[in-house]
Design a protein around this ligand. Structure first.
Ligand SMILES: [Fe+2]
Length: 206
């Protein structure tokens, strides 16, 4: 592995679709702001925060794991985790959302009470996350679970496998839904979740 590659500045990864691809569930304006302003700012601030520190030489995943719960590294953790979380979130969405299939569908049936129950509890967990944060489908010790995390906190920092996520920071929905977070979460869960990506993440959990 080329260590020099890891010391280069982090860059904003391209979106996997056009800004307008998720409309009307997520408008072009929301996506342009969310990706082009918010996500970009996390990447820029991460680069500023790691410059001149040993973290500049680490991969993003390792920066997140090493700075999690370290009160002296909050700025690095927050920006690294939000950089990771947003890149993951964009991959969780697709204009062709649908329903899980195969082994993941079977696991949702067995461990989370089925797809309808999953959708209800996923939306509920996102609504009940107080303030900014994320709602996740994760695998921990081989079992599926729905979790919500505050601010930038990401289950991967806690050693869990992330399968799907939705951003519940106000910047994710306010232009389109104002304060109606539940409506946003239900619409995205019903129409935009990328179950092919979720299946890939699930396979990797073994
Ligand atoms: Fe966001």
């Amino acid at each position: 592995m080329n260590i020099m590659m890891q010391t280069k500045p982090f860059s904003l990864p391209p979106l996997p679709y056009a800004d307008a691809a998720l409309a009307p569930t997520i408008s072009e304006r929301t996506l342009a702001f969310h990706y082009g302003k918010h996500h970009k700012a996390y990447v820029d601030h991460l680069n500023e925060a790691v410059t001149g520190t040993p973290y500049a030489e680490l991969k993003l995943d390792d920066i997140i794991k090493k700075t999690f719960m370290d009160a002296t590294k909050t700025k690095i953790f927050n920006n690294a985790a939000q950089t990771w979380n947003h890149t993951f979130f964009w991959a969780c969405l697709t204009p062709k959302g649908g329903a899980p299939t195969g082994e993941l569908a079977e696991a949702i049936e067995r461990e989370l009470g089925g797809f309808e129950k999953f959708k209800q509890n996923f939306v509920k967990a996102g609504v009940e996350q107080f303030g900014s944060g994320w709602v996740w489908l994760v695998s921990k010790k081989g079992k599926l679970a729905i979790e919500a995390t505050p601010d930038a906190v990401t289950p991967m920092a806690q050693g869990k496998k992330c399968i799907l996520a939705i951003d519940v920071w106000e910047h994710a929905y306010y232009l389109d839904y104002q304060d109606r977070r539940a409506e946003f979460l239900k619409a995205v869960t019903d129409r935009l979740l990328n179950w092919d990506f979720a299946a890939q993440n699930f396979e990797r959990t073994g």
